[in-house]
Design a protein around this ligand. Structure first.
Ligand SMILES: [Zn+2]
Length: 482
């Protein structure tokens, strides 16, 4: 039986000989082979901390038990949690997922699942889910990337359909005595949404008119729509899973506790002039509902990407600080408002998500160095783990940048496990940025500078005492509390 150990030896030999991957690596998809090639085993034990989740480290195919265990073990040595995606083909889904889940259980690791596909289709595009005008004519809102979004008040019949998909697959694990420990979805343009033309569209709907109190007021409507959206996720997804697996980490892309504001826009969302917003230079931050608690989710999933339009929001002299600033705002928002016992697993991506139109100037790419600094600051502000999203063409570079930070951070396990963030402050101008985790009388700190300023920075700590932080580019320090 082929094993990953043997495969890696073969790969190293093949690379040394100037060749590509050894033929035996064919047992695994190309992207997984890339991950094994790019990453090294951890030098520091990661304890029981969450693994690193990588978009390319998923769906290995239907492997033999031995190949499954070898792969799970090889990725775990690197701190990476392999996950399997559920699809509409139950048999094929389980043929791939169950050998991996058995291996993960055998090795004492988390069983990880992607529930994106079965979650999709609350708004299935039919007239039964559509808005209805005064004459009873069905219509949809298509202003969010062309999806046929329906009426918030005509989606309840979809809950049992979606729930049944989730329960069927989850039961197959439970029947074998296998747990599901971590399950996420990338569920976005489905269900009720208030952005783009969605609100204006709802105002033309007789059903929305009848049911939505205060439909004409955007914030009232947002509150209502997000409550319905949360209920769909809770009843079809979060609760059925929590009933079967009480300790499961269940969550969804972009759903996380917050301060009532969202500091970024997804690719399908845009600001409409006149909507209430908080102004920060040219940025228009949006009101956001507390949708996390009513979903019943057990981990938070903020999104820290370099969306191209954000670059023009700010006029900081430091190009990198435009990206860094927004990323730190988003991460700090989640870190400051998520209860300490609720894990935060942040979606990250380094390459610019390019939403420029033809003829528009593309913004400069965030530097590799400052992106890695941002990752460190996220960890020191309460982000527990990262989830890399990446298109195939960008994946190798993304893993090359992300994995070393995750691996190096494991040297500070006690701080990551028990430390309390000392700051969620995001400086309004480029300068020294300090983040830290306090454990007793010591603070693990990271200072990142965006100017030539080398003067030490003194920071008063939330629970008393202070620390003085010298400039130390590219390094963490452990500092005694004064
Ligand atoms: Zn409606």
């Amino acid at each position: 039986m082929r094993t990953v150990t043997a495969i890696i030896v073969c790969t190293a030999a093949a690379i040394a000989a100037g060749g590509g991957f050894a033929e035996t690596m064919d047992a695994y998809p190309e992207e997984i082979r890339m991950v094994l090639d790019v990453t090294q085993p951890l030098e520091h034990d990661r304890g029981s901390r969450l693994p690193l989740y990588l978009w390319p480290a998923r769906n290995p195919g239907a492997l033999s038990e031995a190949d499954a265990e070898a792969l799970v073990r090889a990725l775990d040595e690197r701190g990476i949690g392999l996950y399997c995606s559920w699809t509409g083909d139950v048999e094929a889904t389980l043929a791939q997922a169950l050998p991996i889940a058995r291996a993960q259980r055998e090795l004492g690791l988390r069983v990880n699942v992607d529930a994106t596909v079965p979650m999709h289709g609350f708004c299935d595009g039919t007239d039964a889910t559509a808005h209805l005008d005064a004459e009873g004519q069905a219509f949809h809102d298509t202003s969010c990337a062309g999806a046929k979004l329906g009426c918030p008040y005509r989606l309840d019949h979809r809950i049992p359909v979606i729930r049944e998909r989730i329960e069927t697959l989850a039961a197959a694990y439970a029947d074998e005595g296998l747990p599901i420990d971590f399950i996420f979805a990338d569920w976005e343009i489905d269900g009720p949404i208030e952005w783009n033309d969605s609100h204006e569209t709802a105002k033309r709907c007789a059903v929305c008119r009848e049911h939505a109190p205060g439909l004409d007021d955007f914030l009232t409507y947002q509150h209502e729509v997000r409550a319905i959206r949360s209920r769909l996720q809770r009843e079809a997804y979060a609760l059925p899973l929590r009933r079967l697996f009480p300790d499961v980490l269940v969550g969804n892309y972009a759903v996380y506790p917050n301060d009532g504001w969202r500091y970024w826009y997804d690719y399908f969302e845009r600001y409409l002039e006149g909507q209430p917003a908080r102004v920060d230079q040219r940025a228009r931050y949006r009101h956001w509902a507390n949708e996390f608690t009513p979903t019943g989710y057990t981990f938070a999933m903020p999104v820290v990407y370099q969306w191209s339009p954000m670059y023009a929001w700010y006029d900081f002299a430091s190009s990198d600080y435009r990206w860094f600033y927004n990323g730190l705002l988003v991460a700090s928002n989640a870190g400051a408002h998520t209860p300490p016992d609720t894990p935060i697993i942040a979606f990250v991506h380094w390459h610019t998500v390019d939403l420029t139109q033809e003829g528009e100037e593309k913004p400069p790419q965030f530097s590799e160095e400052k992106y890695q600094e941002l990752l460190w600051h996220m960890l020191l502000r309460g982000i527990d783990a990262f989830f890399l999203w990446s298109p195939v063409a960008e994946a190798r570079k993304e893993v090359e940048l992300l994995h070393p930070v995750y691996a190096a951070a494991q040297a500070y396990g006690a701080f990551l496990d028990e430390g309390v963030p000392i700051s969620f402050d995001t400086p309004k101008a480029p300068g020294p940025v300090v983040s830290g985790l306090r454990l007793g009388d010591r603070v693990l700190v990271r200072r990142t500078d965006f100017t030539n300023d080398a003067a030490p920075v003194t920071i008063a700590l939330p629970r008393g005492g202070s620390i003085t932080v010298p400039r130390a580019d590219g390094a963490c320090a452990v500092i005694e509390v004064e």
